[in-house]
Design a protein around this ligand. Sequence first.
Ligand code: FAD
Length: 362
Amino acid sequence: MHTEQHLVDVAVIGGGQAGLAAGYFLRRAKADFVILDDHDRPGGAWPQYWDSLRLFSPAAHSMLPGWWMPEEEGQEYPSASHVSWYLGEYERRYDLPVHRPVRVRRVERADDRLRLVTGGDTWLARRVISATGTWRAPYTPDIPGRDVFEGEQLHTVEYRRPDEFAGRRVVVVGGGNSAAQILAELSSVARTTWATPRPPRFLPDDIDGRALFAIATGAQKAAAQGGPEPSSIGDLGDIVVVPSVREARERGALKAEPMFDHLTRTGVAWADGSTQDCDVILWCTGFRPVLDHLAPLVTGDRWGRVEVEGTRVVAEPRLHLLGYGDWTGPTSATLIGAARTAKATVAQITRDLEGGVPAARR
Ligand code: FAD
């Protein structure tokens, strides 16, 4: 196979919303850059979400920098497929140099550059932005008996639609938005039990993702001014009462049980000796950052998080992390919030490169 080596100032790994937001500011800075994405179509993780998923916020509050997300006809809260379409159009609109499918297998030091190794071509970059999201790293807690249970175990990433579960007994695990939304639709066709590590916290019915963004923004401003965080109506982990969740709650389908203690051959068991038989356990228990391509340059803590200053990795200052969660910038992992951290990151990189030795051109 004929492969090439490319020199570039900045390489972005991942062409989801975080990578595209970086691309927008790199384009504006007239930077020499490339975006490498391992999917064969645009949209990052959005094309893989379950069929009925809707955004927490209206289109006008879910935009990437530069171009408002058009409304989806007849829908106040856009669907995941509408977001995928928007991200594809966004790439074209700003003529972003996305190469796909290209999986970056590893990033290694190569003198004054970082080398991105793929199955084919190689890129040598002066700065790297990793924006690979979390969807490829589903997390399930290490609860005893997982290998004993004879039914089916799934994670959120494998769930698409409720009809596959019709008439079955399903235990949904997790107290976040994914669990609540999936439970809301599953409970109308399956016999569901909801297990949560702490009692679920619902936001007031008239609060949606717009308020969550405002909360995160307030916290960021307060932190920047060195003051205490403002009192808030909730936090980013709280459940947004989207219409399907409201309907299920009114039906009485959202009664939560405490977390069970272990799995048995036929179901789940609590510490007090009570049990619940089931056919399926659906783990809606979150994700970890996808950072395997960065080992051994960086190592994450038990949550997979890496030490950063802003978005810059302390152990390798030529490497930045975008998206992933609020540890790389408040709201960095949301559509509307991606711009803020991407802008600051690109400004920092541009300053660095201007102060350094000019890179060779491709
Ligand atoms: P991703 O979208 O995952 O994109 C990362 C890209 O990098 C992917 O294309 C991936 O294939 C690629 N990649 C990974 N590894 C490599 C590699 N080694 N080499 C090359 N490419 C690679 N946010 C909102 O703003 N509003 C909402 O309503 C909302 N709802 C959500 C609902 C759910 C169920 C979830 C899970 C998230 C939701 N989010 C929402 C949060 C956020 O929008 C998503 O997490 C978002 O997809 C993160 O974008 P990203 O660009 O960081 O990562």
